[in-house]
Write a protein that binds this ligand. Structure first.
Ligand code: HEC
Length: 137
């Protein structure tokens, strides 16, 4: 009796999970943000954990939650593909870092990695062109 009960509730939980997944899954994005827009996206979405310059420190030097993105490049650093995968998929079910696959296309993510994150330098905030910084998204 107990076994049957357990079995049923597990099935029910699985069914609800699948249903939830199907309802939550939205189509992938079709945006083509410019580099300036990607910089604005960084300053909106990533700055809280990775800091204005990518070092994962706030302007007062206080440590933030993210990783130091200025340390990613170099001979033994992770590949572009690995970084794209990390940004698209997030970390620890989005608790440690959100997944951005619903907000950035893979192509945008690759350009964000190559043209913005890989060029981040300590103490040099990732610049957003003035005409975009007001309406940043
Ligand atoms: C809620 C905090 C948070 C936000 C927001 C966030 N990150 Fe992260 N990020 C982290 C943490 C924590 C790690 C380290 C995760 C680990 O290794 O477990 C990380 C790691 C990374 C890495 C290194 C991945 C690797 O494979 O080594 C990159 C690149 C990165 N983040 C980019 C971004 C970008 C781009 C954004 C915005 C679109 C962003 N993050 C938003 C917290 C955050």
């Amino acid at each position: 009796m107990w076994r049957l009960h357990l079995h049923r509730s597990v099935l029910l939980a699985l069914a609800l999970l699948c249903l939830g997944g199907a309802l939550l899954a939205s189509p992938p994005p079709t945006t083509t943000r410019s580099e300036a827009e990607l910089r604005a996206f960084y300053q909106r979405a990533c700055v809280g954990c990775h800091g204005p310059d990518g070092t994962a420190k706030d302007p007062d030097g206080k440590g933030l939650k993210g990783r130091d993105l200025t340390e990613l490049s170099g001979p033994h650093g992770p590949s572009d593909q690995r970084l794209v995968k990390s940004i698209q998929g997030g970390f620890f079910f989005g608790l440690s870092m959100p997944a951005y696959r619903q907000e950035l296309t893979e192509e945008e993510t690759l350009r964000l990695v190559r043209n913005v994150l890989r060029k981040a330098r300590k103490g040099e905030p990732i610049q957003v062109p003035a005409e975009l910084s007001a309406s940043a998204r």
